[in-house]
Design a binder for this molecule. Structure first.
Ligand code: NAP
Ligand code: ZN
Ligand code: ZN
Length: 347
């Protein structure tokens, strides 16, 4: 066991504070990672707030982890000391169900994926996430960060990157396709960059025009404010694919009206309240309303390689650990450009 410094929420809704935690000794297939940077995902906030249901405390959030391998178990073959690596939202799964075998560990049906934090590992111990100096993870749930990507801008790719890349690929975003991204926060700004790099025509649907200039710089072709009712008239029946990244309940009927016939709205936002949908919004135009959760380990590696090839990293605001609580407030008021990343050396 190693004692490491971390930031934890001691109880639901409580501010995060500095603490120490124990990491297990490296086992046969484990790697010990010196964490350099950890992104702040809105999912961290939902879970600290217990907005998704009962959670495990003390909670060390953080599932956008970038660091360097500092020790490997005797059975490890994929990584060696000094390698630059990342860990995302999961640290294990059953490895035996059809989804795990197909590289879709995030949809594990053999008990579900084991989250990087706010979950119990196979020994029944609570998992603790990336707002910490070090983490120990089985090599099969670790990915390689390509040389061309700096670790700070790579960290958010481990959740925001893969969560948007996976549906864009699944619903064939590419040349000739009109893709809309709803909400330009952490996930949304990655969706814009990735959809643009995949060759799609990209439209941002944000609450206001205050981030328009940024959106166009990041690769959007068009930018509209959803607070303006004219937006919904002008864009009716336009998109092949809409990716919604909004953290709050949304008027899905209004957004479904923007799809063309056979279009799909892939929702990745995870609001704390249920939403209602008028099914006529789907009937007229044979439309699909779908969801998507992160991506598998293999696809996460593919996304990182794609980002390195296209020079894509997240737009980040680097903060010290003492600024985490303030950053949470800013994320909650949509005041993020576009991902807060903790320099873990400040813990
Ligand atoms: P974020 O940085 O806070 O971005 C969310 C964006 O949604 C905001 O920047 C804002 O964009 C828009 N928004 C916020 N409140 C809104 C409201 N009331 N009405 C309309 N638009 C609103 O959050 P994030 O880290 O990108 O995460 C987004 C959501 O995805 C969260 O619910 C998170 O838990 C979830 N998530 C899901 C997965 C998955 O696997 N499916 C993975 C990661 C995160 P504008 O200012 O541009 O309007
Ligand atoms: Zn996340
Ligand atoms: Zn499984």
């Amino acid at each position: 066991m190693t004692t490491v410094a971390a930031y934890a929420a001691p109880a639901a809704k409580a501010p995060l504070e500095r603490t120490t935690i124990e990491r297990r000794a490296v086992r046969e297939f484990d790697v010990l990672i010196d964490i350099k940077f950890a992104g702040i995902c809105h999912s961290d906030i939902h879970q600290v707030q217990e907005g998704w249901g009962e959670a495990i405390f003390p909670m060390v959030p953080g599932h956008e982890i970038a660091g360097v391998v500092s020790e490997v178990g005797p059975g490890v073959t994929k990584y060696k000391v000094g390698d630059r690596v990342g860990v995302g939202c999961m640290v294990d799964s059953c490895r035996e169900c059809d989804n795990c075998k197909a590289g879709q560990e995030q949809y594990c049906t053999g008990g579900g994926m084991i989250g990087t934090y706010n979950a119990l590992d196979k020994d029944g111990e609570p998992t603790l996430g990336g707002y910490a100096e070090k983490i120990v993870v089985d090599e099969n749930y670790v990915v390689r960060i390509p040389d061309g990507l700096s670790l700070d801008v790579a960290a958010p790719l481990l959740c925001a990157g893969i969560t948007t890349y996976s549906p864009l690929k699944h619903w064939n975003a590419g040349p000739g396709k009109k893709v809309a991204v709803v909400g330009m926060g952490g996930l949304g700004h990655m969706a814009v960059k990735l959809a643009h790099a995949l060759g799609a025509e990209v439209t941002v649907l944000s609450q206001s025009l205050r981030k328009q200039e940024d959106g166009l710089k990041l690769g959007a072709d068009h930018y509209y404010a959803t607070s303006d009712p004219k937006t919904f008239q002008e864009l009716a029946g336009t998109f092949d694919l809409i990716v919604s990244t909004v953290s709050a309940p949304l008027d899905f009927d209004a957004f479904l009206s923007l799809l063309r016939t056979d279009g799909a709205l892939a929702n990745v936002g995870a609001p704390e309240e249920p939403v209602s949908v008028n099914l006529f919004s789907l009937l007229m135009g044979r439309k699909t309303l779908a969801g998507s959760a992160i991506g598998g380990i293999q696809e996460t590696q593919e996304m990182l390689d794609f980002c390195a090839e296209h020079g894509i990293g997240a737009e980040i605001e680097l903060i010290g650990a003492s600024e985490i609580n303030e950053a949470y407030e800013r994320v909650q008021s949509s005041d993020v450009r576009y991902r807060f990343v903790i320099d873990t050396a400040t813990i």
